[in-house]
Ligand binder design. Structure first.
Ligand code: CA
Length: 556
């Protein structure tokens, strides 16, 4: 009997999914009858009707993807040494796929001297803490099976001081007699870096090479010497490295520190991005490149003239981006309208620089604090931020653990705390975290806990990405403002792609609002999906939508 009840409940859930997605709102009048069922005892799976999800999804195999950003050291440990590794990630691919992510950005995996591995010793290797090349091949094979594109963090602004190139260059300048000039015919590696005579160093971040008359540039750290990207030999090396990984099945690269290729010269940095983009396009036109240009909207717009597909949108991410600002200013009367205006302004500007650009919105990454801090630990704010990020046009990025509302602020190591799979520790692949990390306390439960709570941040994320995967217009559509929606707290936008238009209303208010969506202005049938931050659901009757605080309506 119990089973029968469960099946009946599940059946209802699936029926509801057909019209709006179960648990997301009260849509048509038919739907209202259905929601009179008491759902309080339903399991999350029954509530969300996930059995029916896959069939409805409409995932296109292109470069508009939902990327999951994995900081390898802290994600999943397969062998009990406390360090995340490739086999650990492979063991969690079902989880990643189930979340609705179809792209992975791996933090650097090459041999290195640090836990973060941004100082590369050998670009053709896998760091032994993370596994072997065989483990990598297995990981790639499992990603391929699931339709997950993998992009590697390619760090070519600098290497490690332990890199063979740097060792050769420094040994060579040490071997010179006093006053003798370095000669690149004798040692080509001298030209691989910005190595200068001490007397020629005039400002900038230079460090002396002991036992020589020379210094080298290191923008980030004295152990990370900057490469000389003007050297055709260095460019040839970078091309070979890229080709090596592309031949191994990698779908593209995240380009670290693009602003420091030539510190202080946007023009030269843009040229580097153009060169590398062109090289990759010639290798395979489907390769995906996204650059880190940690700067404002106008600078990012300028860098898009390089022709690169994506640049992380710092105008929206991090603690000062438009998304978190809109949430912090929720209810001020204009916050929705302002966000709409920003969406349109940035979209048009980036497209003006590069008509083929795909924006790359994100909320946080390994260098920013966690969104939990920016959202004052309020789950409803984290949920709204998640949806705004996911529903921006482009390829959205999610830093691992944001889907659990993990904490992490202050020093870098804290921002890279172990993925909170469960309280079972190593049995579940939970990592130890970087050794310099403080104790990071999470206000929200582990994955294990959140799976049981249908109002958790975890379930909200799953619902967000399910909706996004069902309507391709959300990622790919051109944004326009819905000017007929008067409430200034509501960000009301349309997205048009491939002849289809979808309408999305975000209530950036701490209170319920009721808005009319005139059918004589907007051509739609009704509410197709909605997101609520708690049990107060979104509903639509005729042309009238009721949006609870931070509620979202998707209309088509
Ligand atoms: Ca390990």
């Amino acid at each position: 009997m119990k089973n029968f009840k469960k099946i009946a409940a599940l059946f209802l859930a699936i029926v509801m999914v057909g019209s709006t997605f179960a648990g997301c709102g009260k849509g048509s009048s038919k739907k209202e009858e259905e929601t009179t069922v008491d759902k309080s005892s339903w399991t999350p799976e029954e509530y969300y009707g996930v059995d029916g999800w896959e069939a409805q999804e409409n995932v296109i195999d292109d470069n508009y993807r939902n990327y999951y950003h994995i900081f390898v050291y802290s994600f999943a440990d397969s062998d009990g040494d406390g360090v995340g590794d490739l086999n650990g990630i492979t063991s969690k691919l079902d989880y990643i796929e189930e979340m609705g992510f179809n792209g992975i950005w791996l933090s650097p995996i090459h041999q290195s001297t640090t836990y973060h591995k941004y100082d590369v010793v050998d670009y053709y290797s896998i760091d032994e803490e993370y596994g072997t090349m065989e483990d990598f091949d297995k990981f790639m094979e499992e990603c391929e099976k699931r339709g997950i594109k993998v992009i590697l963090d390619l760090v070519f602004n600098h290497t490690s001081t332990k890199h063979q190139w740097f060792k050769e260059a420094t040994e060579y300048v040490r071997s010179l007699e006093p006053g003798e000039e370095a000669n690149i015919e004798e040692c080509p590696y001298v030209d691989y870096y910005h190595i200068k005579k001490n007397e020629d160093v005039n400002g900038g971040k230079y460090y002396k090479i002991s036992g020589s008359e020379y210094s080298y540039e290191g923008q980030f750290w004295d152990q990370m010497p900057d490469l000389n990207l003007a050297s055709t030999e260095v460019r040839r090396e970078v091309e070979e490295i890229a080709k090596f990984w592309v031949d191994k099945g990698v779908g593209g690269f995240r380009l670290d520190a693009a602003k420091e290729f030539y510190t202080g010269s946007a023009e030269k940095n843009i040229e580097v991005l153009s060169w590398f983009t062109q090289y990759c396009k010639n290798l395979d036109e489907d390769l995906y490149l996204v650059a880190e240009v940690w700067d404002s909207f106008s600078v990012i717009k300028n860098y898009y003239t390089s022709g690169i597909t994506s640049i992380f949108d710092y105008a929206y991410g991090d603690s000062t981006g438009h998304i978190i600002k809109a949430i912090q200013q929720a209810g001020n009367g204009q916050t929705g309208k302002n966000l709409t205006a920003n969406f349109i302004k940035t979209q048009n500007a980036y497209l003006e620089s590069n008509p083929d650009m795909i924006n790359a919105p994100f909320l946080s990454n390994h260098d920013c604090g966690r969104i939990a801090g920016f959202a004052s630990q309020k789950p409803e704010r984290m949920k709204m931020a998640a949806a705004l990020n996911a529903f921006m046009s482009g390829s959205s990025f999610v830093y691992y653990g944001e889907e659990l509302g993990m904490s992490g602020a202050g020093k870098d190591e804290n921002k890279r705390a172990p993925m909170y799979w469960s309280d079972f520790g190593s049995m579940d692949g939970v990592c130890a975290g970087p050794s310099a990390m403080d104790e990071v306390k999470h206000k929200n439960g582990s994955l294990e806990d959140q799976k049981e709570d249908k109002y958790s941040i975890y379930w909200y994320y799953r619902n967000v990405y399910h909706i996004k995967n069902t309507y391709p217009e959300i990622a790919r559509g051109t944004v326009a403002a819905m000017d007929a929606i008067e409430d200034g707290n509501v960000c009301a936008i349309s997205k048009t792609y491939d002849g289809e238009t979808i309408y999305i209303l975000f209530n950036l208010n701490k209170e319920t609002t009721v808005v009319d969506v005139p059918k004589d202005v907007y051509n739609y049938e009704g509410l197709v999906a909605s997101l609520a931050v708690d049990e107060n659901e979104v509903s639509m009757k005729g042309e009238t939508v009721t949006l609870p605080a931070y509620g979202i309506a998707v209309i088509k």
